[in-house]
Design a protein around this ligand. Sequence first.
Ligand code: ZN
Length: 305
Amino acid sequence: MQFVPMNCPNCGAPLVERGGSFACEHCGCILVSIADGALAADAEQLSLAEFEKQLQASRRTFPINMGDQPAGMDVDAVLLRERLKRAGQLLSAGEYDAVYDVLQNVPEDVFAAERARLLADCRAEDEIRLAAQRGDITRSPHYARVLALADGETRATYERIAAVCMENERIAAEIGKGMELVELGAAEEALTYARQMLKRYPTHAEAWELIIAAKCIEDGKYSPEEDLRRMSKCPNFPYLYSMREEDGHIFAFHNNRVIQARLEEAEQARFRKKSALSKYLVGPALLLGTLALSFGLWKLFDLLF
Ligand SMILES: [Zn+2]
């Protein structure tokens, strides 16, 4: 992903990219970028490069101000800094339960600690991943505390993220109905519905999964690779799906049975073509070789006797 270099809205220091979001190493401010949902053009008609460009353009950034960082050299400030640092490392490593232990003695009125507890509670490494979750994150007891401790801008960011998570759940359910049509084999209906969903939610990987699966059952010759590549550019793709590619071909997409079956067919077709090719080449090559050898031997006999 490419980002334009930016400066911290708080203190003006240059921002560094950290796993899809921006962070200011000077004051601790984080800028979270969230896809807005709509694209200017029909996603299905866009080239891969154009789709990526439009996805980038649809992103908006929201600030999270970490508040006053513990300063000073007294043992309490040093301890707090180290605990927060360790909590950050544990979040990155996905060791969410350990976050609570390391922050055990940190009071509830430290914003950075409550933020880390909220992320751990929601099983999210950072706010970008938090915004990819489905459901009601305001149910976490730490959500209200984070909002109470945050400044106005930061509060608005978390409210936005909470709204996005609710929206994610609703969209997943709406798209899920299309997948039921696919499962029932209602090819035409599934494809019509899938096109509607993709128009409405082009930045959501689930909408791509649906249209790819619908195309698979509608058209026996459809190859899903190009659409899968577009799908993989969606911001929520890495948190929901896994795809494996080798020798320029996607060969595994175990999240969806219909799509996986089509990929396997394509893989077998490539294998058959390769073995057929070698059969057609190896046969004549062997024949030629034998002929050349016989001719050579005949010449040799000719010379000797
Ligand atoms: Zn800053």
